[in-house]
Write a protein that binds this ligand. Structure first.
Ligand SMILES: C[S@@+](CC[C@H](N)C(=O)[O-])C[C@H]1O[C@@H](n2cnc3c(N)ncnc32)[C@H](O)[C@@H]1O
Length: 187
């Protein structure tokens, strides 16, 4: 994570929010918080009656957001639309069904090359089924990745999603490493 490269983290929110712009009182789940670029982009894109749950595993990340990095966060954690859960996003996903119009996952390097082995559970068949159950009909699972991953795309399709793959640059359009964002839609 660093604060100079935020283009693809923002694109994750922009692409997902665009897909749910027809929803009344849209409900979003974001995992994890990081430096909050995805959250702030979602807050910009969504209406006043939206509800955004952010799940962040590491308490220190929340402490930085409220402490030394408060300027960067610019009060976004105090926005009335935001509920912050300090915990594993997979537990938040498993706790509800038909609950979110979009689930945005940027918790690691993507479905390959995981920093945290336990996050594999988010991207395997049972994790994808849990996310599908937590989405509303036509809801979108948006997944950030540092690199393409054809076997993950196949896994998404096998799990019953319609899949679109987008490229997004790390800095801004056309600049920096090319990351990947999948939009997987529940039928
Ligand atoms: C790459 S950063 C997210 C960047 C974020 N999209 C942004 O805009 O700054 C990944 C974050 O996910 C958190 N994380 C990792 N595994 C998680 C999990 N299973 N549940 C919730 N948060 C997790 C990490 O602690 C880290 O804060």
């Amino acid at each position: 994570m660093n604060s100079r490269m935020s283009g693809s983290e923002k694109a994750l929110a922009d692409l997902a929010c665009d897909r749910i712009e027809d929803r009344d009182r849209p409900r979003l789940l974001i995992g994890g918080l990081g430096m909050g670029f995805t959250l702030r982009a979602a807050l910009e894109a969504l209406p006043d009656d939206a509800a955004i749950t952010v799940a962040e595993l590491v308490p220190a990340v929340v402490d930085w957001a409220r402490g030394p990095m408060a300027d960067l966060f610019d009060g976004c954690l105090d926005d009335p639309r935001v509920t912050l859960v300090v915990g594993d996003v997979s537990a938040v996903i498993a706790a509800k069904s038909d609950a979110y119009d979009a689930i945005l996952l940027d918790v690691d390097n993507g479905p390959g090359g995981l920093d945290r082995d336990a996050n594999d559970e988010l991207y395997n068949a049972s994790g994808l089924a849990a996310a599908r159950a937590a989405l509303t009909p036509r809801g979108v699972l948006a997944v950030w990745s540092a690199a393409p991953n054809d076997s993950f795309v196949r896994r998404l399709r096998t799990a019953g999603y319609t899949v679109e793959e987008h490229g997004a640059h790390a800095h801004r359009p056309g600049r920096g490493a090319r990351h990947v964002i999948w939009l997987a839609t529940r039928p």
